[in-house]
Write a protein that binds this ligand. Structure first.
Ligand code: COA
Length: 140
């Protein structure tokens, strides 16, 4: 299994993968190009069909997106664990993210890695759904 750290050259690939993982709200190539040019961005790409973007600022980071093309193969968990290790190595102490209340798979993944709820954002998504805010403190 190969995971690479992807830069702007992978924007088109990422857009294709994102459209599979998030068919109702795909991000286009231009969005990925702009995101990947931002400072503090970490993008991991799994050749099995998975991606993750995390943006670090000083000792805090935000998980911007994570998705896989074939669920329940261990790809998402593996990507997130690698990102947490990379973030800790860069000096990040706290990771934040948002997840839809009804996203059972993602919530289970985050809970399995120790993320805890810090709040709820009512009607956060365009479809009117609520978002939970989660946080994980990294050790060491
Ligand atoms: C969320 C997502 C990235 C998980 O990736 P994945 O590769 O399927 O997850 P993994 O196979 O690595 O599973 C890791 C753990 O997450 C949990 N999990 C993942 N999918 C689950 C599901 N459908 N139901 C319950 N638990 C689930 C389990 O604890 C699992 O561990 P286990 O297999 O030992 O039980 C994937 O479902 C996805 O791409 N969803 C669409 C995009 C999305 O919603 N992204 C998150 C936005 S916040």
């Amino acid at each position: 299994m190969d995971v690479i750290e992807a830069g702007p050259a992978y924007a088109a690939v990422l857009a294709r993968l994102h459209a599979v993982a998030f068919p109702e709200s795909p991000w286009d190539e231009r969005s990925f190009t702009a995101l990947l040019a931002q400072p503090g961005m970490l993008c991991l790409l799994d050749e099995r069909g998975g991606f993750l973007l995390l943006r670090a600022v000083l000792d805090e980071a935000e998980l911007l997106t994570i998705g896989v093309t074939t669920p329940r193969q261990g790809i998402g968990g593996s990507l997130l664990r690698q990102a947490l290790r990379a973030a800790a190595w860069r000096g990040v102490q706290t990771i934040h993210l948002e997840v839809a209340v009804d996203n059972t798979a993602a919530r289970a993944l985050y809970a399995s890695l120790g993320f805890a709820q810090t709040g709820i954002r009512k009607a956060y998504y365009p479809d009117g759904g609520d978002a939970l805010t989660l946080r994980l403190h990294l050790e060491g």
